[in-house]
Design a protein. Sequence first.
Length: 401
Amino acid sequence: MSIRVPHRIVVAPSGFKESLDAEQVALAISSGVRRALPGAVVVAVPMVDGGEGSARTLAKATGGQIVPVRVTGPVGEAVDAHFALLGGDGTSTAVVEMAAAAGLRLVPADRRDPTRTTTYGVGELIRAALDHGVERILVGCGDSGTSDGGAGMLVALGARLLDRDGHDVSPTGGAALATIDQVDLSGMDSRLARTHLEVGCNMTNVLTGPRGVARVFGPQKGATPEQVDQLSAGLERWADVLEAACAASGTDRIAGVRGAGSGASGGLGAALAAGCGARLRSRFEVFLGDDLGTPRLDAAIAAADLVITAEGAVDYQTPKGKVPAEIARRAKLHGKPVMALAGSIGEGATDVHDVGIDAVVGIIPIPMELAQAVERAGELVAAATERSMRLVLLGSVIAAA
């Protein structure tokens, strides 16, 4: 009897928000695979998507370095953040991971109110990167705890927010957006004009409208239904103000205010485009380039027998630009089967089959508190992977019988 079992397995996961970064998830999956298939060749490709852990992963991959920076955190208190200076002989490049300064992880559970959280620290990180004289800054949008439209970031870089009476408005969160009548960009850091900024984001996220970022992601950041309405109205007002600023300056940046990617990280994308002249691009185009030293993902997939990906939650949002959907898209170009591990399986999870994910496996074997699941995430991922691979092995035996 001949049994064909997967021999070469590509592991390409996202991180689990507020729990494990992508490298830790990849390590746990690889461990689970080897428990069930000791002879398997496992090629781990932690997915760098601009969220938590991206700067450290890219610094490691390119032989670069992490630069620690003390910045203003999302609730207004100082936090220890960082950015990456990439290695290599090409263009001098910094990676600013917005989550390092304004991520949801930095917002205490009892203070999760996106009407009050700010991106001011993201601007401080960008300014710190400019201090190093880099030619290019890649900004990763993901895992944010803010919905201030990037207003705080702009102020940190020299902009002024003014109310109808010409008084300065403090960038204290999304609630302040409704009071802004004008944004003055004349004082923006002059170094931005000679630095190439690219924003890696989910291009399906938009700033305003019925599918605007406040309505889609506000509840995940702690917003009540009333606050979602407040944020949505504030971001509509903010979009008008940004468009007016673009028109007054004579730039061609207006399209970035409400276009694809403008809603990234609670509207940070719109402010980066309008105020900093940044280019908004798919995070996979930005962070999977060969010049960043990332493994050649497509070549690894082409040689694989099985592809395993993972995400903290698999649900109706997964097909809309999330890591597992991108992995599945690439895998299906080569006719490869795809399994996705999930911290939780939510509403609309079956939609992922339409984008090429063949099976979804939850990592929680028994009911447990969220805090316990987060603490034990590594062992849960490894155990779920082992169980899944043993089922794959069983299926191979049955098919060969």
